[in-house]
Ligand binder design. Structure first.
Ligand SMILES: [Mg+2]
Length: 270
């Protein structure tokens, strides 16, 4: 796609999109710093009637914790929504395992969010095992979940990322725990809910009452953000403000609908 075609495609995407799903790190901010004039960009999108949904795979934090961070950065608005792979997992459990007892390997914050969502959590004799991004993981928790998996209980993971972005060395994320448990149990999760899979996409579309083609995912990672859009038949914009450069954007097999320097580049099409 040449520059003119890309521009035309961006204009078309902006025109047809009612809901923008925004990846956060690398798309809206980098660590604690907003990318360019993000505050005005987000305001302009809202004024143009676009709904903004911050969409993350990180299940160690709750939606409320992300809202707090976005408010601290000065970009939270009450009309926005935060949607995490943890929320997608809770909604999936309620739909497919109603009333079942869940053993959750996760942070206390996530346990609270699951309880608030009406999920019955249990430490012993649970029906379903869930693996989230547990930054308080212990050997005992691994042993318990491994036992459930070996015994054939349903096994659900919140998301597949191998590592979590960080300033220095990237720490292990759920994808690494999945490999560990595969090594010990011989099994992979029955379902993974977050990007790039469909569980999260279907639930966001359903909750907002919009068709897939009216949703656009904006993100900086082709193999999670853009693959997520393609798996769910959403429009997509790959931004070059995070971990993907122009050269990688050319080569990636996960083709985005259009490429932009950053989310800020979309405002000219409003
Ligand atoms: Mg990102």
């Amino acid at each position: 796609m040449n520059a003119d075609e890309n521009r035309a495609k961006l204009a078309e995407i902006v025109r047809n999109t009612r809901v923008f799903l925004l990846d956060m790190d690398g798309t809206v901010y980098i660590e604690d710093e907003l990318i360019g004039d993000m505050k005005n960009t987000l305001s302009a999108l809202r004024r143009a009637g676009k709904r903004l949904v911050y969409c993350t795979n990180n299940s160690s934090k709750t939606a409320a914790e992300y809202q707090k961070k976005l408010a601290r950065l000065g970009i939270w608005s009450e009309e926005d929504l935060v949607y995490t792979s943890g929320i997608a997992t809770a909604e999936y459990l309620k739909e497919f395992y109603p009333g079942k007892r869940v053993y959750l390997v996760g942070t206390d914050a996530l346990k609270g969010e699951f309880s608030d969502a009406g999920i019955a959590l249990a430490e012993e004799d649970a029906d379903v095992g869930v693996l989230a991004y547990d930054t308080t993981l212990t050997f005992e928790k691994l042993v318990k979940l491994n036992r459930m998996i070996v015994k054939g209980r349903p096994y659900i993971a919140t998301h597949p990322d191998a590592v979590c972005p960080a300033k220095d060395v990237f720490p292990p994320d759920v994808g690494s725990f999945i490999e560990l448990l595969h090594c010990s149990s011989g099994k992979y999760p029955d379902v993974i809910c977050g990007k790039p899979y469909k569980v999260m996409g279907e639930r966001i579309a359903r909750r907002l009452g919009v068709a897939a083609k009216e949703i656009c995912m904006v993100g900086d990672r082709p193999h999670t953000d853009i693959r997520f859009a393609n798996n769910n038949e959403f429009a997509s914009v790959l931004v070059l403000s995070g971990e993907t450069d122009a050269e990688t954007a050319e080569r990636t097999p996960d083709r985005a609908g259009a490429v932009a320097d950053s989310l800020n580049s979309l405002t000219v099409f409003l």
